[in-house]
Design a protein around this ligand. Structure first.
Ligand code: LLP
Length: 416
């Protein structure tokens, strides 16, 4: 569902013109559409109708409290990867019983806190983590719910930096060792083996590798059942891609229906952990053109957003569509590299973009709802932008722009 439209030349997100957002809140600014987030979540949820299921939003994609709260109200669970993310879920009144804890490096403190809140399940990634979890649960006198993250060794066909399901990757327990590690888990006194999971990568555009991963994991479920280890849930992770440019992302409904077909009648709850597909195209990064540098060799549009606010182009060579937010009045377009003020040659938001812009004009960098603010930094002592959520005709500031003083308020000079 797209909630981005253009009327009389003006780009609007839901019922609000982006120029109005810039006037009220300044730039750079992330702007999210509540309706788009809700529609994407509902599509996942509805696609799994007919089997017991829970869609656990992978909040690393965008962990703003308002985003979490909108999803919590719809009944979403959450996939977390740190104690910080758990704190955010609890801050919006999320139920720990709908929280999955993923990640290869859970610390003792993180595990202990998560146990104290009674989260739904730990997605365990190694033998040593299993032992650590058992020991901490023992000290607390509880049984920790465990799922093993299995690396199914399938090629997700995505960027190597965001592909996680192949052998030789740091993630998960190799498929060949899964049964042996399950046997061990089943013997540890303070663990309760409840599920199995995998996550093979991100920005996946074909569902075949995901379905292959499901089949491999279902094979393990059957083998484990033979050994008397009955699992209650299967978590297929996230990874469904979105359209940034001209990609044809999978149809979520069709994907969900195929998963349902495969698990129906098995007495397994189906869990998914989508992140990008829920929020990615629900947000834009609004930025203002500061200068046009018209060098002979190249034309640059220098904007007030940078790699500090959107690192994906610099980090993955990712493409984000960049469009004029206001009326261009039919002026001819010229080709620019859209660059930020940060002192790095890689501070490029888009190369060779045809734009009709003048200094002071607004640009919208699209598909910035996922892994944008979430991966932002204060590099060059740049305050993080504000975040605004549109709800119909109303714009809510859901995070204030960072005051510069806050950037160094925790720092101290040496005693004189
Ligand atoms: N579950 C696990 C265990 C994950 O590691 C991830 C993402 C997800 C779920 C959600 O994946 P999604 O549905 O969003 O694809 N920063 C990169 C993406 C890194 C993804 C890391 N793991 C980017 O900007 O493209």
């Amino acid at each position: 569902m797209t909630t981005l439209t253009r009327a009389s030349g003006e780009l609007r997100l839901e019922g609000v013109a982006l120029s109005e957002i810039a006037r009220r809140f300044g730039t750079p600014c992330y702007v999210y559409s509540r309706a788009a987030i809700e529609a994407a979540y509902r599509e996942f949820d509805a696609s799994l109708a007919g089997v017991e299921h829970l869609v656990c939003y992978a909040m690393k994609a965008n962990s703003n409290l308002a985003v979490l709260d909108v999803l919590r109200r719809l009944g979403a669970g959450f996939d977390i990867v740190s104690g910080g993310e758990l704190a955010r879920v609890l801050a919006v009144g999320g139920e720990a019983s709908k929280v999955l804890f993923s990640g290869v490096g859970k610390s003792e403190a993180e595990i202990d806190t998560a146990l104290s809140h009674g989260i739904r399940c730990f997605n365990v990634e190694s033998d040593q983590e299993l032992e650590r979890l058992d020991a901490i649960a023992g000290r607390r006198g509880v049984k920790a719910p465990v799922s093993l993250r299995v690396n199914p060794d399938v090629d997700a066909g995505t960027h190597p930096y965001i592909s996680t399901g192949m052998a030789g990757n740091k993630f998960g327990i190799p498929h060949a060792r899964a049964i042996e590690v399950y046997r061990k888990a089943a013997k540890l006194p303070n663990l309760r083996v409840t599920g199995i999971d995998c996550h093979i990568g991100s920005q996946i555009l074909e569902t075949a590798p995901l379905e292959e991963a499901l089949d491999r994991v279902l094979g393990l479920v059957d083998a484990l059942a033979h050994e008397g280890i009955a699992l209650e849930h299967l978590d297929l992770g996230g990874g469904i891609g979105i359209r940034y440019r001209d990609e044809a992302p999978p149809d979520i409904h069709a994907y969900g229906r195929r998963l349902v077909e495969r698990v129906r009648g098995r007495n397994l709850e189906l869990l998914l952990e989508p992140g990008r597909a829920i929020v990615g195209n629900a947000g834009v990064l609004l930025t203002k053109v500061e200068y046009l540098k018209l060098d002979k060799a190249r034309h640059f549009a220098v904007v007030d957003a940078s790699m500090s606010e959107l690192i994906r182009p610099a980090l993955y060579d990712a493409w984000h569509e960049i469009v004029e937010a206001g009326d261009t009045g039919g002026r001819p377009r010229e080709t620019y590299d859209v660059v930020g003020p940060v002192c790095e040659s890689s501070d490029v938001l888009g190369r060779d973009r045809a734009l009709a812009v003048r200094p002071g004009d607004l640009l919208a960098i699209l598909s910035a709802g996922a892994y944008a603010m979430a991966m932002s930094s204060n590099y060059n002592t740049r305050p993080r932008p504000c975040e605004v959520m549109i709800d119909g005709e109303t714009a809510h500031e859901v995070r204030a722009r960072e005051p510069i003083s806050a950037l160094f308020s925790a720092e101290r000079t040496l005693p004189r």
